[in-house]
Design a protein around this ligand. Sequence first.
Ligand code: PLP
Length: 468
Amino acid sequence: MDEATFRHWSARAADWGVDYRQSLRDRPVRAQTEAGEIAGQIAQSPPEAGEAMERIFEDFEKVIMPGMTHWQHPRFFAYFPANAAPVSVVAEYLVTAVAAQCMLWQTSPAATELEAKMLDWLRQAIGLPADFSGVIQDSASSATLAAVLVMREKALAWNGNRAGLAANPKVRVYSSDQVHTSIDRAIWVSGIGEENLVRIPTVGERRAMDCVALAAAIEADRKAGYVPAGIIACTGGTSVGACDDIAEVVRVARGHGLYVHVDAAWAGAAMICEEFRPLWQGVEGADSVVFNPHKWLGAQFDCSAHFLRNPDDLVRSLAIQPEFLKTHGQDGVVNYSEWSVPLGRRFRALKLWFLLRFHGLSGLRQMIRNHVRWAENLAERLRNEPSFEIVTEPVLSLFSFRHAGGSDADAHNLALVKAINDDGRIYLTQTRVDGRIAIRFQAGQFSMTQDDAETAFKVIVELSKKVV
Ligand code: PLP
């Protein structure tokens, strides 16, 4: 591609992005295509001769876009958000154009130095103490995997990587059943094995780990010859926002010399507002904490902030220095690839810099407070509607509800979710609470307004009357 053509299409792509964002309210939130519909329109084999950009771009709009679910749609209330604030999109255009691979300090000093600064800004913003250092991981799943590898290595006296797990006693990790499946994956991938992820029952409305049962399980495991390694606690579990009592978890962990990782992938963003910090009270005692600025905060996917009390443990678990990665004469610099499982790294800090400077913490706090308020109001309105029950109370901006109807409540509520998503004005997902289907609602879209919450109420009530 010559420079003039590159310039033309870069500008076209940027213009297209703005038009796309403007058109979102008129689009159905969830893709309305059938399985295989998009694949059926793509050629079976790669072209032998190059094609005109005009044609390629046309196909992008015609073939691809109908199969996209619109994660930036203001009425996306499913899962958790993956907000890309426009200012972070602009930063990503620049990162894409520069296209640096930032694995070592010397492969782009600005990327490393900005990353250290941005993680320190975020640390201050969410109220973690100054003895935490941060790194950007590609996802919370990767951060949790890294934390599990550290807890495993520490528990095995740094012998796991070298001798393998077969040569060591069995390691145990503890969590509730409210944690995200990325915890299971980290346990599988680290070789610890699902059977050694000990599920602790939860208690109370917050669905927090029962810390008496936690301590008892650790003691029993020790007596049985296992090696308890760490505890994974959650603040804002994916299903219904479960929050462990972090202070209590830390107290138990300290008593047994265990490592504590806190997964606050979604809820961590809300900690920029002081009034929500009681949800993770005691977090300053954890060893590792992850939250995703790419979820609620607005930093374009992907961007996961991982904070560590002692990054040396992480580096000791993950760093490998073949000659070609050595940076002679640059001792003392941070090489962030030693802090994560993948070697290659995108320049992710720039979008944080743009985002935090453009909106300021007060702008981001306002957005989060609005979402929490609108979700609470919606829960109240549904509670007051005949035939609706609130199944789990709002935790920040997430709650779940159920509609009474039909002879099979689970089937009825699944049918309601399907009808809502086929309708397209809003997008919701379901979960299971104590074995029964419930419908999740979370407010978190960057461009959401109070009117969008109003639309959600109307659509839910209107369609509940049509689904039998
Ligand atoms: N932890 C929680 C609580 C989540 O809700 C999610 C995803 O929604 C994850 C972890 C995984 O996040 P990621 O996609 O960044 O790996």
